[in-house]
Design a protein around this ligand. Structure first.
Ligand SMILES: [Mn+2]
Length: 437
């Protein structure tokens, strides 16, 4: 992403404020075990506004009636750190690279923050950030408050994340390009899994095939823990054990995808372990697919997200009636939420820098947001019938199906960004068949 993009985003955020100081911290490294750590993942809001990837960094934006200013605080270059963990960019290089007004050594923050806050009345932070940086800012604000002769001091602390995440809702062309790149690799990985699948393999073997694609194609991370769920395991929504053997005659549900430059993809496909749908599996699969296609078809600017959720529930409920899994009057079944037993989760979520992008779903009045060009949402209907559900015909038991694509809202409707991934029964069976020994 070009430097000017970050500059424009910061400007847009500052335009939304009358005046004040915004402080955002980088993500903290997380310990995995003793002195080893999880791979570092930058905080999405922080990254969105400056594109800086290191930890121990702060971005501060300042707005007065006269000026706006952006300041980065970062770790200086350190030989010891360079030896053990890799070279940090350092203050001088960061000044050249980033279009911010000032770059400082993070160790100067405790002394400089008081001057930065002086004469300001509003502070914008992530209200749930309990880092020492934010504590320091509050401490300095308090000291200013108690200093004689200081007339203006911080009178209110606001949530900065809501403003940033409202901005993140609409993706730029450059962001969409990153998402498309992530989906491109995810498509290869899903096809690889379809081609490799056979009875007797373990779930983790398909996962490994996909991880190999992600790593070997240069993806920095997977967007989330992969779900590779054979047979009845698909009925555990967040099944990530992936330790069981794939059985002849079962379906396998794979919800796995990679990130590109921190932008997520999120894709689910369900296909037969042996490459051929049974009659019953095909029947249920095509019901779920029909729901998914109808929901995608209904997406266009102006449509409310709540309405889409309700519409998808109507369709899923009808599918369950058609399958004779539910019986009764549809409106009554919907009213009593009977369909939720077999279709418990929502139709989809925003996707972007976070796989579940924390952008708002409602406006300031609490009304559901309308779709607008540039939004990206997953559409992922599913029907899940547990193996031990004696209330359902035996032939259906143990079947769990979800189909998930990533949808971009456009000026006139929407674009399925993951339409290249095999999805119809015919496409999937053809892909599975292309297995080479
Ligand atoms: Mn999803």
């Amino acid at each position: 992403m070009n430097e000017t993009h970050y500059e424009l985003r910061r400007q847009k955020l500052l335009n939304a404020l009358e005046e004040g100081v915004v402080i955002l911290a980088s993500a903290s490294p997380k310990t995995r075990s003793n002195d080893t750590q999880y791979p570092y993942r930058q905080n999405s809001d922080f990254y969105y506004l400056c594109g800086f990837g290191e930890d121990n960094a702060l971005l501060i934006l300042v707005k007065t009636k006269e000026i706006t200013k952006s300041i980065l605080f970062i770790e200086p270059y350190n030989e010891e750190h360079a030896l053990w963990n890799g070279a940090r960019l350092g203050v001088e290089k960061a000044k050249e690279r980033f279009c911010v007004d000032e770059v400082h050594d993070i160790h100067e923050y405790p002394t400089l923050i008081k001057d930065i806050l002086r004469d300001h009345v509003a502070l914008y932070i992530d209200l749930f950030d309990e880092s020492s940086w934010i504590r320091q800012a509050k401490k300095s604000a308090k000291e200013l408050h108690e200093t004689r002769g200081v007339k203006r001091h911080i009178r209110a602390i606001y949530d900065a994340t809501h403003l940033i995440r409202s901005q993140r809702l609409i993706k730029s062309q450059e962001e969409i390009a990153q998402i498309k790149k992530a989906i491109e690799l995810t498509a290869i990985a899903h096809h690889e899994a379809m081609k490799s699948s056979k009875a007797g393999l373990y779930e983790y073997e398909l996962q490994a095939k996909m991880s190999y694609v992600f790593l070997s194609k240069g993806a920095q991370a997977e967007s989330y823990e992969a779900i590779v769920a054979g047979g009845n395991n698909a009925n555990t929504l967040h099944y990530i054990d992936n330790r069981e053997v794939l059985r002849e005659g079962d379906l396998v549900l794979i919800d796995a995808a990679c990130e590109w430059e921190l932008y997520a993809s999120d894709i689910t496909r369900t296909f037969p372990v042996n490459g051929k749908f049974s009659e019953v599996q095909r029947y249920v699969y095509e019901k779920v697919l029909e729901v998914q296609l109808k929901v995608i078809d209904a997406i266009k600017p102006g449509v409310k997200r709540d309405w889409l959720q309700h519409y998808s529930e109507e369709l899923l409920c009808q599918a369950l009636i058609d399958l004779e899994i539910l019986s009764g009057v549809r409106s009554e079944l919907l009213e009593s939420k009977a369909h939720k037993k077999y279709a418990p989760h929502g139709i989809g979520h925003w996707m972007g820098l976070d796989v579940h992008d924390p952008c708002p779903y409602v406006d300031d009045e609490g009304e559901s947001l309308c779709f607008a060009p540039g939004m990206v949402m997953t559409i992922e209907p599913g029907i899940y019938i547990r193996a031990d559900d004696a209330t359902v015909e035996e032939k259906y038991r143990g079947i769990g199906i979800r189909i998930e694509d990533d949808i971009l809202i456009t000026q006139t409707g929407c674009e399925n960004l993951s339409s290249a991934i095999a999805k119809s029964v015919e496409e999937i069976e053809a892909m599975c068949k292309s297995y080479v020994l």
